[in-house]
Design a protein around this ligand. Structure first.
Ligand SMILES: [Zn+2]
Length: 464
């Protein structure tokens, strides 16, 4: 009797262990995973009903059944009703708005999904997700209206544009140019208005073409060409013969000073090419990186820049230089600043308040300072001997920020003065000329303000 009892107990124990083991197996097995399928789509979706709407579905045990329906509150249309095998763990659907089936042009639709996976969980029924998203139909392109813009842009120079964008669900606003560069826009005085600088870079041979682009959350895009008068400009072009004494002397010692590690194993011609090509590119991209901001400060003003008292221009902006060695072209470059010289270690004076965004070594520019003044406009001071400000400093007009010098790719004490607009070095002369600044920048801002102000008054009048 006792033995029988013992056998029964043992059998019970084995069965219990088997069940626990089985449960543990089920619980940990991939076949029995308990995660419902994932649907990658927002709860609220803005849709222009034109571009296909993308939905991504995934599940670790594979997707078994999919039912996707679109409803307008009265009718329901089945978009997808499919079965899939367990290998299909990720599926992507491009939903196009049905041409037939909905009678009404509603502004809102509901998209619903019912998706089951291949898991054995839930007594082999699988995990299921039932979900809905609201579709906000937005068939309207943004409306762009140019309020005011500079009349003219000269090659190497700048202009601005002020415009209004109207849209129910706005997304992005920027200026697209025909050379790839996008200029960011900053909010202007009144809601819906923007201001942006536009530049025709010195190196671009094709005439500038700039358009305002506005997108909305539903995928609608509007474009509006800005009507600038594009004025070409002839810049100086010169051929410079590199001589052996120059390469072995000045260039070799310069390479030793500013790029010793990289140029150690090079001959002196290679050193020159390294400095004028590779190092120049690096220095320019540092400038681009620190000067990409855009904002429009509340009281935006600029005085003409006049960084060096009683100075002479020793090299112009935009000069194109072709370097030859042994009568063969070995390198070329554009000079994108204005070289000014007075006495050695002369005071560099700031003409406008701003914030120091760079103060340190920058390759061919040597010891360099960049200061931000608002509206994407920066001033740049290169080849300094002594820097008197630090990154992050708020600086004021009249402040002495550095002393001139010959650091970097420079062979005499001078200031390389630059104006950078959203990463592009432009003609500094424009920003040193009070009349140019008034005609091309501040009159444009004032006339936009005037138009916005009169629009405000008109709407007040209508409300009364
Ligand atoms: Zn220079």
């Amino acid at each position: 009797m006792a033995r029988k009892n013992n056998n029964a107990k043992r059998r019970l124990l084995i069965t219990a262990l088997f069940i626990i083991g089985l449960m543990a197996f089920i619980y940990n097995s991939k076949l029995f995973e308990r995660e419902p399928p994932q649907v990658l789509i927002d709860e609220t979706v803005y849709w222009n009903l034109k571009k296909p709407l993308n939905i991504k579905i995934s599940d670790q045990s594979g997707i078994k059944r999919i039912l996707i329906q679109l409803g307008d509150g009265e009718n329901n249309i089945t978009l997808f009703n499919e079965k899939h095998n367990a290998e299909e763990k990720e599926l992507e659907f491009n939903i196009t708005f049905p041409k037939k089936g909905f009678y009404s042009k509603k502004n809102q639709y509901i998209i619903s999904y019912e998706i089951v996976d291949h898991s054995f969980w839930n007594f082999f029924m699988g995990n299921k997700i039932v979900k809905e998203s609201i579709i906000i139909a937005d068939r309207q392109d943004p409306l762009i209206h140019v309020t005011a813009n500079s009349y003219k842009i000269t090659k190497g120079g700048a202009g601005i544009v002020i415009f209004k964008v109207e849209d129910a669900n706005p997304n992005e606003v920027y200026i697209q140019t025909n050379f790839g560069k996008k200029f960011k826009a900053a909010p202007f005085e009144k809601e819906g208005y923007y201001i942006a600088p536009v530049v025709w870079p010195r190196e671009q041979k094709n005439p500038l073409n700039a358009e305002i682009v506005a997108t909305d959350l539903a995928g609608n895009t509007a474009r509006e060409k800005i009507k600038y008068y594009i004025q070409d400009k002839n810049y100086k072009s010169s051929k410079i013969q590199l001589t052996v004494p120059f390469l072995n002397g000045s260039i070799s010692s310069l390479a030793h000073d500013i790029a010793d590690d990289e140029t150690q194993d090079m001959n002196s011609l290679e050193k020159f090419i390294f400095i004028n090509d590779t190092l120049r590119k690096e220095s320019v991209s540092t400038i681009e990186e620190v000067s990409d901001n855009i904002n429009y400060p509340k009281y935006f003003t600029l005085e003409p820049f006049y960084p060096l008292k009683s100075s002479a221009v020793v090299a112009g902006y935009g000069d194109f230089r072709i370097y030859e060695y042994d009568k063969k072209k070995v390198s070329e470059s554009y000079h994108l600043g204005l070289d000014l010289a007075s006495t050695a270690e002369a005071d560099i004076i700031l003409s406008n308040r701003g914030r120091v965004v760079f103060a340190g070594e920058n390759g061919i520019y040597g010891k360099m300072i960049i200061i931000y003044h608002g509206l994407g406009i920066y001033s740049l001071y290169g080849h300094c001997s002594n820097l008197l400000v630090q990154e992050g400093d708020e600086v004021t007009a009249g402040q002495i920020i550095a002393k001139t010098g010959k650091t970097g790719f420079a062979f005499g004490d001078h200031l390389h003065f630059g104006i950078v607009i959203q990463g592009v070095e432009v003609r500094p002369e424009e920003w040193m000329d009070e009349k140019w600044m008034r005609d091309n920048i501040f009159d444009v801002i004032n006339s936009a303000n005037y138009l916005i102000e009169s629009e405000n008054n008109n709407s007040k009048w209508q409300n009364n």
